[in-house]
Ligand binder design. Structure first.
Ligand code: HEC
Ligand code: HEC
Ligand code: HEC
Ligand code: HEC
Ligand code: HEC
Ligand code: HEC
Ligand code: HEC
Ligand code: HEC
Ligand code: HEC
Ligand code: HEC
Length: 318
């Protein structure tokens, strides 16, 4: 299987240029030499229905039916995943065909990537936490028994994810949370289960397959657009460290899904005067008139209302 094959590249189509014709001859020559070497060859999908009528029947609903219906065979349709089947027709058994029950998840994933490699490589599929933990295409996708309307997923989200990540379910039942369990949002609104490249926030550390939106920004900004900026006065904590520095992205017992129950303790974790303080590259401590013993001053965001960044004030006061 060549890694550069794409779904679009499947069709030999009706192309009439000299280059195309030459390619067809080349392909024939290759096929011929393969046949002479006594390897299995493609027979087309029509013959499968004789012995696998159930699978054939529901296959018309499958997005993979398209390549067959458009006569982009050989090498697509049923054989796109199960490989050339001439041997299997002669000697029907699970050993004469590329069968999922006889191959590892990784081996089957490579089959899928022979067509889907281009897009998914861009997401970093070969380095994702899932791939590295032997979670492959067929761990999440079911070709012949998919849940309805789900991109061929074996189960609907979030149930699919909870089968392997049960602890996350409790986080989405906390008093302040994103409404994933209620069906208003999906895990994949923020995560790309196929992987994610190093982002522009969090010092480019690869963070838990969190997806990216426009301009490689954090997935949160796809919905919370008013936090996008750019602002004349950025709060470095938001722009560089990322939303999860202060928020629990799944759910929290604290209002606004904050990491700490008391806001000012969170601010002071950074604004502690460390380094060389205000004068150099260190962290500014709240200026001296902030009397932190006074409850009025403990309500930091009561005055610093534009905590995510401001276009009017360097101290985020308006
Ligand atoms: C002449 C009948 C016949 C035809 C035609 C046929 N198969 Fe099969 N197929 C079988 C039999 C029998 C088995 C073995 C079933 C078993 O062991 O449980 C099998 C098994 C399989 C398996 C493995 C199932 C498993 O449990 O691992 C796959 C995949 C498969 N066939 C795909 C195809 C495809 C694709 C085609 C068309 C190119 C095709 N078959 C055509 C009879 C046929
Ligand atoms: C996109 C890849 C893909 C295509 C196309 C595909 N299959 Fe499969 N097939 C699989 C996978 C993956 C499994 C394992 C079970 C599952 O995930 O649903 C499987 C399982 C099977 C099985 C054995 C398991 C069972 O449910 O009995 C048979 C038989 C089979 N396929 C036949 C076919 C036939 C016939 C076609 C064409 C009509 C076809 N397949 C098209 C990927 C594919
Ligand atoms: C951990 C679970 C998981 C794994 C592993 C996985 N997927 Fe997916 N995939 C999903 C989910 C969930 C969606 C639906 C995304 C959505 O609704 O936005 C999806 C969507 C897709 C889509 C359609 C939408 C798109 O993003 O282009 C394709 C194609 C796809 N997956 C192919 C694959 C292939 C090929 C593999 C293996 C190399 C694979 N997936 C592995 C969960 C998974
Ligand atoms: C022979 C090439 C080929 C192979 C191999 C292949 N696919 Fe596909 N896949 C396609 C094409 C073509 C489409 C339809 C794209 C479209 O309609 O835009 C598709 C669509 C999909 C979709 C999108 C479904 C949706 O509703 O949007 C998923 C998910 C998917 N494939 C998963 C897989 C998985 C998992 C495997 C391996 C078991 C696999 N594919 C193997 C060519 C292939
Ligand atoms: C078949 C089991 C399985 C399924 C289904 C599954 N995952 Fe995973 N996931 C794993 C394993 C195993 C790991 C790697 C070990 C770990 O970090 O927990 C992982 C890792 C992750 C990570 C990275 C964790 C980290 O600490 O960096 C995220 C995020 C994730 N999965 C999200 C999802 C989402 C979203 C879905 C549903 C679309 C999903 N997973 C479905 C098994 C699964
Ligand atoms: C609102 C966006 C968002 C949604 C929705 C979301 N996540 Fe996350 N998730 C994140 C972010 C951001 C992180 C990284 C947190 C960090 O780095 O501190 C993360 C981290 C994780 C991790 C690794 C850390 C941990 O808690 O174990 C897993 C696993 C995970 N998510 C699974 C899921 C699953 C499963 C779902 C759906 C049920 C889901 N996420 C829905 C944003 C989200
Ligand atoms: C798919 C859209 C979407 C994405 C992506 C998203 N959110 Fe949300 N968020 C919402 C919605 C809608 C609400 C309103 C609360 C509800 O659903 O009940 C919300 C609520 C919140 C709240 C609480 C607001 C309040 O007034 O209590 C915070 C904080 C928040 N999101 C932060 C984040 C962070 C951080 C991320 C990224 C890790 C993120 N969101 C990603 C849609 C999204
Ligand atoms: C420096 C800490 C910090 C960071 C980083 C941060 N927030 Fe917040 N966020 C807060 C605080 C504090 C509040 C509560 C404000 C209040 O009490 O009025 C809040 C409130 C919110 C709210 C609800 C109220 C509103 O203003 O709409 C949303 C939504 C939100 N944040 C989203 C985000 C997103 C998205 C990001 C990343 C782009 C982010 N936050 C990064 C501290 C932070
Ligand atoms: C993750 C660390 C972090 C957290 C948490 C954080 N900040 Fe900041 N904040 C910074 C950094 C870094 C700067 C930029 C300092 C500089 O430019 O010297 C900054 C700048 C500021 C400024 C502007 C000061 C100036 O001199 O430019 C104010 C006001 C401020 N933060 C208030 C807050 C408040 C209120 C909170 C709590 C809601 C908070 N910050 C939480 C890291 C943080
Ligand atoms: C009563 C309103 C008020 C409250 C409450 C408040 N601040 Fe401020 N803060 C200000 C004003 C006004 C300035 C600008 C001072 C100036 O112009 O130099 C400021 C400046 C700052 C600066 C910038 C210091 C510098 O030298 O650059 C930081 C950091 C800061 N505040 C953090 C906090 C933190 C953390 C809290 C909560 C513990 C807090 N503030 C509570 C009004 C307030």
């Amino acid at each position: 299987m060549g890694e550069t094959r794409t779904p679009e590249g499947q069709g030999t189509g009706e192309g009439g240029t000299a280059v195309r014709v030459k390619n067809v001859f080349l392909a024939c020559a290759v096929l011929l030499s393969v046949a002479l070497a006594n390897a299995a060859t493609y027979v087309g999908s029509d013959v499968c229905q004789r012995c696998h009528p159930d699978i054939r029947e529901q296959f018309s609903q499958n997005p993979h039916f398209r390549t067959w219906a458009l006569r982009h065979e050989p090498g697509t349709g049923c054989e796109g995943c199960h490989g050339p089947a001439s041997d299997h027709i002669k000697k029907p058994s699970r050993r004469t065909i590329f069968s999922p029950s006889a191959h590892t998840v990784e081996e089957f994933s490579e089959k899928c990537l022979s067509c889907h490699g281009t897009d998914l490589n861009r997401a970093g599929i070969r380095h994702s936490e899932h791939t590295r933990a032997s979670v492959g295409c067929t761990s999440c996708h079911s070709i012949h028994q998919a849940a309805p309307h789900t991109a061929l997923l074996a189960r609907k989200e979030p149930d699919l994810c909870y089968t392997c990540h049960p602890t996350n379910q409790a986080q989405f039942s906390m008093p302040f949370k994103h409404r994933v369990n209620e069906g208003f949002m999906k895990c994949t609104d923020c995560h790309n289960p196929h992987g994610a490249f190093s982002p522009t926030w969090r010092m480019a550390e690869r963070p838990h397959m969190v997806d990216q939106r426009l301009l490689n920004e954090e997935a949160c900004l796809g919905c919370h657009v008013e936090k996008r900026g750019p602002f004349v006065f950025e709060h470095t904590a938001v722009r560089v460290d990322g939303c999860e520095t202060c928020h629990m992205p799944h759910g929290s017992t604290n209002a606004r899904m904050l990491k700490r129950p008391v806001v000012f303790t969170m601010c002071l974790e950074c604004h502690n005067g460390s380094g060389s303080g205000r004068t150099g590259l260190g962290m500014p401590y709240p200026v001296s008139f902030h009397n932190l013993a006074d409850p009025r001053y403990q309500n930091c965001t009561g005055c610093h209302v534009r905590i995510h960044g401001s276009n009017a004030d360097a101290f985020f006061l308006r």
